[in-house]
Ligand binder design. Structure first.
Ligand SMILES: Nc1ncnc2c1ncn2[C@@H]1O[C@H](COP(=O)(O)OP(=O)(O)OP(=O)(O)O)[C@@H](O)[C@H]1O
Ligand SMILES: [Mg+2]
Length: 127
């Protein structure tokens, strides 16, 4: 998962959004770790489940890492400044992006993770 994250990181540009969609424990945070490390972030990367968003400004470009799992509704995401985040020249990684598809802009890179009895299946589409 980390290696896959590092590989997709090479193709990301400032302003890109990566939606990570998959069940609990599917590996969304591990992909996030790979992306963040590849872009130069030095610290740890954990699910921002309670923080809602973690900002890593030591990477190039900076990374804003969201987790929508605990959000009750789309308004909560708007309240933490979602639209301002979209304007920043950062990479936005969004775990559980499928919770509020109405807020996920066109052009988002969507990685689906299917949790199989043995291993994971990854698929990609552009929203
Ligand atoms: N490809 C994989 N194969 C086997 N185990 C994996 C794989 N990817 C992740 N894991 C394991 O699954 C667990 C959950 O991984 P991770 O935290 O990345 O999932 P997540 O999708 O972010 O979960 P959450 O929905 O709770 O945020 C970890 O223990 C991790 O080591
Ligand atoms: Mg996670």
């Amino acid at each position: 998962m980390k290696r896959f994250g590092a590989q997709i990181a090479n193709h990301l540009c400032p302003g890109d959004i990566v939606a990570l969609v998959g069940d609990l424990g599917a590996g969304k945070t591990h992909i996030s770790q790979g992306i963040c490390a590849a872009l130069g972030h030095q610290g740890e990367v954990t699910s921002p489940t309670f923080a809602l968003v973690n900002e890593y400004t030591d990477s190039t470009p900076p990374i804003m890492h969201f987790d929508l799992y605990r959000m009750e509704n789309a308004q909560e995401l708007l309240d933490i400044g979602w639209e301002d985040y979209l304007e920043r020249d950062a990479i936005l990684i969004v775990e559980w992006a499928d919770r509020f598809p109405e807020l996920i802009p066109e052009g988002t890179h969507c990685i689906h993770i299917e949790h199989l009895p043995q291993g994971r299946r990854l698929s990609y589409d552009k929203v």
